[in-house]
Structure formats: C-alpha cells, structure tokens
Design a protein around this ligand. Structure first.
Ligand code: FAD
Length: 399
C-alpha cells in the first residue's frame, strides 16, 4: 500500500508542516510547541499504542521553566508525586540513615515536580491529541531531502512530505541512523545497566511516603512506596558486557545482580513486567551536529545525557521549546534556525553530559571507600549549613 500525499493536498494544507518521529517526551513537546506557532504536525510512532509505563523523574531548573512556557505546569502539578523520605539501608534491608522529605525539598526548592514518566507523557499527549495527526505502529524506512522539503517513507508504505523532520525517537534513533549513520559512531557506552519499573502491588515492607535505597560497590537499588499506581523500583549496576545483560533479559539480569538484597528488593523484582519495565545499557549520544538541512534530532536521539544526569526529560522539554523559538526567529531559513538552536543548547548539553559522567560514582561507587564517603555526604546534608551549600550547588548547576 502506498499513500503518497498529492501536490493538491500539499497546497490545501495551511502553513508549514513538521514531521515528528517519536511520541515520547521530546516528540510530543516539539509537536505542542510547533503547533502553538501555527505549524501542522504529523507524529510517527513505532509503538502500536501509547506507552504510559513509568519510572520516577524530577523536573526542576530549566526543565520546570520550559514546562511552564509550554503551558504544562497546571496539568503536571495535578500529577506531582511530591517529595518523599529516603531511607538508606544495609544489604539486608536494615536502616542506616534517613533523609527526610523536607531536607530534599529545601535543597531543590519549590519550582520542582516529581512525576512518573508516563504522567509527563500523558500530559503532553492530552495537549497534542486534538490537533496532531498521530500515526502509530509505523517507522521511517527512508528519508530524502531536497532544498525545499523533506520526504519520509514509512514502513506501512505511506510517504509524507514536510518542511522539517524532527527525529525524537530516543537513544536508539532510526532517524539518526538513516540521516547521520550507524549508532556505534555516536553511542558512548558508560559500562552500566539501568532498570526501572512501576510496582503494581505496593511494597509491604516500606511505609507509604518512603523509599529505601541500597548503595554498594558498583550498584544501587531503590524501592519506593508512594501508594497505589505511584510505587516503583530503580536499579543500576556496573557491568563489563551490557549486550550479555540485554540478552539475558530484565528480570534474570536484575535478579542476578540484586537477588541477594533484602528489604523488599526480591518482592519488587518478582513484580517486574517486561511490558512496562525500562531496561537498557547506559550510554550517551555524542555527535558534532544535531541537524542536516531540514532534519533535526531532539532529546535522547540527539544527546542522551543518561539517567546519571537525571536531566534528559528536562532537556527534551527545554530543547523543544527553544526549537520553536529558533524557528520563529528564522522563519524563512530552516537550516539557519537549526544552527542557532543548536548553538543555544550545546553548552547546557555539554554540561549535563559531563555531570552525568561525574555522577556515575554516586550510583555505582567504585569501592567500599567511595560508598562510605557518599554516606558521609548524605549525613552531612542534614546539617543546616551544609544544606545551604547543597542548595546553592543545585542552583548553580541549574543556571
Ligand atoms: C530510570 C530513569 C530515570 C530518569 N530520571 C530522570 C529525571 O529525574 N529527570 C529527567 O529530566 N530525566 C530523567 N530521565 C531521562 C528521561 O526519561 C529521558 O531523557 C527522556 O524520556 C527522553 O525522552 P525522548 O522523548 O528523547 O526519548 P524517549 O522517551 O525514548 O521517546 C522516544 C519515542 O520514540 C519512539 N520510537 C523509538 N524508535 C522509533 C522508531 N524507529 N520509529 C518511530 N518511533 C520510535 C519510542 O517508542 C518513544 O515513544 C531518566 C531516565 C531513566 C531511564
């Protein structure tokens, strides 16, 4: 089946048209921002339906500011989970120390949101569903550019033309592969795995409003009880051969790495459903260009900063918002708009990628001494003077 948009169809459409590949946070945010300034938007998503699965993520600093500019804060505030008390535990689950919710809140400030990834995606989806033409269950097979337009051929035989194509299809981007080249040229493996998934049954051993975290040499496991439909588990560990872990699969690999831990970890792992779990290698995408003519990469497809930065969703929103501004400022010249956009965003992405590489030792300390030093830091944060220093350093990172 080939569905090729005719010239008459193109004449009939008003204004400019963006083809967005990927209905994740970056793609939906770009669709929203471009629609807000008069573009027609078609979204192409490989999954057959919407994915609403989740892990916990935080939005503060420029990520919160971008959500505000996109008009999302009221919808996100309704879904905000808020801060919770973290309990650092021994391997058998016994408590070592606790960091009350108020301490985290004082450090991060009140312009912050704690959300399930799926809830952020839902808020964006609700905002774009009315206007965007969303094609589920299909993926780009070829992308051809001429000076005036870009044409994408999809796996279902459809061919679409537009003025701009946004590749927001995540760290393993197909758009990047088609336009820039194979993933191995851009993927920088950080030598760790990450797994995160929602808990359908609230963890019994942990009181509501609390999360337990075990940090040992080379690994971290966290289980959070934030009530029904709000509880989740998070794991990350160092590993020499990420591909072997991927072949093993999420549950066997995570059980092998964390099955010895007490404190509700085993129960959480029993609940892992591969359909809703995130399980992948941790790697950054490093490219010297995010656009080629009328094709631009956005979000993890362009710059994946990784979970160790805790900032990818924030950058996806900020990047989408800035993309809209750049296209508005250079209406007649898309390549110039994309170059200006990239120049405005590069320093922030570089900073976040560097912070992520530095942050690895917080999630997977190289030795027992590093574990001990990290605990000392966490104890110190509770002292009022140190708390102020931490707040200032978070503010500095966000400026
Ligand atoms: C455990 C964990 C915790 C995190 N915590 C935080 C945090 O606290 N704060 C924060 O800001 N960030 C956090 N992040 C990072 C953040 O979740 C990501 O950076 C962000 O979701 C990236 O969004 P994206 O839209 O670029 O990519 P994705 O979310 O990966 O979306 C890509 C979309 O494209 C679709 N797609 C993929 N391939 C194709 C294809 N070939 N054709 C069509 N469609 C395709 C996918 O199905 C998906 O819908 C965390 C990440 C993890 C894993």
């Amino acid at each position: 089946m080939e569905d090729f948009e005719s010239a008459a169809d193109q004449d009939a459409r008003s204004g400019r048209r963006a083809l967005v590949v990927g209905a994740g946070i970056a793609g939906l945010a770009a669709a929203l921002r471009l629609h807000q300034q008069g573009w027609d938007v078609v979204i192409v998503e490989r999954a057959s339906t919407r994915r609403s699965s989740g892990y916990l993520l935080n939005l503060h600093g420029p990520g919160y500011d971008a959500a505000e500019r996109l008009g999302l804060v009221p919808a996100l505030t309704r879904r905000d989970i808020g801060f919770f008390t973290s309990i650092l535990v021994h391997a058998d689950g016994r408590e070592k120390l606790r960091i009350p919710a108020a301490v985290t809140e004082a450090a991060v400030g009140d312009r912050a949101l704690s959300l399930f990834r799926g809830d952020l995606e839902s808020a964006l989806y609700d905002a774009v569903a009315e206007f965007a033409d969303i094609r589920f269950g299909t993926t780009p097979q070829a992308i051809v550019q001429t000076p005036g337009e870009v044409t994408v051929t999809l796996s279902d035989g459809t061919r679409l033309q537009g003025d701009l194509l946004v590749g927001a299809d995540g760290v393993h981007s197909r758009v990047r592969e088609l336009v820039f080249g194979i993933e191995s040229d851009y993927f920088v493996d950080l030598g760790h795995m990450v797994g995160a998934f929602p808990l359908h049954t609230v963890p019994e051993h942990i009181s509501e409003g609390f999360g337990t975290t075990f940090i040992g040499p080379g690994r971290t496991a966290a289980v959070m009880n934030l009530g029904p439909q709000r509880s989740s588990a998070f794991f990350t560990y160092r590993c020499p051969d990420p591909n072997a872990e991927l072949s093993l699969g999420a549950q066997p690999a995570l059980t092998q790495a964390f099955g010895d831990l007490g404190g509700g970890v085993a129960e959480a792992l029993h609940q892992l459903d591969p359909a809703t779990a995130y399980f992948d290698t941790v790697g950054q995408i490093v490219t010297d260009r995010w656009s080629r003519d009328r094709v631009v990469l956005l979000g993890d497809a362009a710059w994946c900063v990784t979970v160790f930065a805790g900032y990818g969703a924030a950058l996806a929103l900020d990047g989408a918002d800035r993309l809209g501004s750049a296209l508005a400022a250079h209406e007649e010249d898309i390549p110039a708009a994309l170059a200006a956009w990239e120049a405005s965003l590069r320093p922030e992405v570089r900073k976040r990628q560097a912070l992520a590489r530095k942050g690895i030792s917080r999630f997977a300390p190289p030795s027992r001494t590093h574990v001990w030093a990290g605990e000392l830091m966490l104890r110190a944060i509770q002292l009022p003077g140190i708390r102020t220093l931490v707040r200032r350093s978070i503010q500095r990172a966000n400026n």
